[in-house]
Design a protein around this ligand. Sequence first.
Ligand SMILES: O=C(Cc1ccccc1)Nn1cnc2ccccc21
Length: 329
Amino acid sequence: ATGSVVATPAQYDAEYLSPVSIGTPAQTLMLDFDTGSSDLWVFSSETPKSSVQGQTVYNPSKSSTAKKLSGATWKISYGDGSSSSGSVYTDKVTIGGLSVSNVAVESAQKVSREFTAEADLDGLLGLAFSSINTVQPTQQKTFFDMAKPSLDSAVFTADLKYGKAGKYNFGYIDDSAYNGSLTYTAVDSSNGWWMFTSPGYAVGSGTLDSTSITGIADTGTTLLLVPSSVVTTYYKQIRNARYDSSQAGYVFPCSTSLPSFTYAVGNSQIVIPGKYINFAPVDSAGSSCFGGIQSDEGIGFSIFGDVALKAAFVVFDGSQSPRLGFASK
Ligand SMILES: O=C(Cc1ccccc1)Nn1cnc2ccccc21
């Protein structure tokens, strides 16, 4: 089996949302596919009304295939401080024509204010490794792990784009979606993430600096978060860029033309065009813009978020020895 679903950007490409059908008859919610976590959770009929501001909710009592996972609970918090928790059902989940039965659908009984404020986001679909799923007392598998036995190939691909709809495919690699060839690199999944090491980087047309960057391929994070030495080197190339402590990041005039940022993958390179690194205005006047490259200070590793991933076609290979494949596009 295979599946293919659109990934539509929201809020200046801060997140990408995909339609997911849950239950019988189908209840279709817009979920943020997140390779940085491993819980499929949704706004639901159990979410306090005061916490639901525009989201579509999943109602298990209206699904003939829903089953309560008795005694199971979940609780997750993300690096940006947001969090959610609740109860667990199993139900049929269909993504882009790919149907999987008995998937753990985590019903939110609490969501933090950040999620309430995201009217377009009805939940998250975790695509990291099942070893970091938060359901207790019995840890649950991700949608991808549940789908794997039926897939033509044990892979999914992320083809996110700048300011327009991209795609997530399951079970196959669309060789027409990228240029040249895929370069595969080793993954350390011991902490549950798609963690890899980039052997170097370059700013603009400069030569490759062989400072390696170890981080996770995380579609659930908006920006590219790298060591402060790399951040400093990048913004030093931009006359009017400065660290704005009130924004806790580098900002620059929105009219600035930005240098590209290149990250190496094995013996190949992915070039992030400068315009991808102008993330969003920080003020309503739109005079000052927030950089798409910021520091990974305090995290413990770097994060190749959407700013980095949307410059590539990325294969998440979930075979016996997981690996990541990158190609330019
Ligand atoms: O949590 C993170 C990355 C992060 C940001 C800041 C500090 C440390 C780590 N991303 N993320 C991955 N999935 C998410 C879902 C919601 C919010 C953020 C999410």
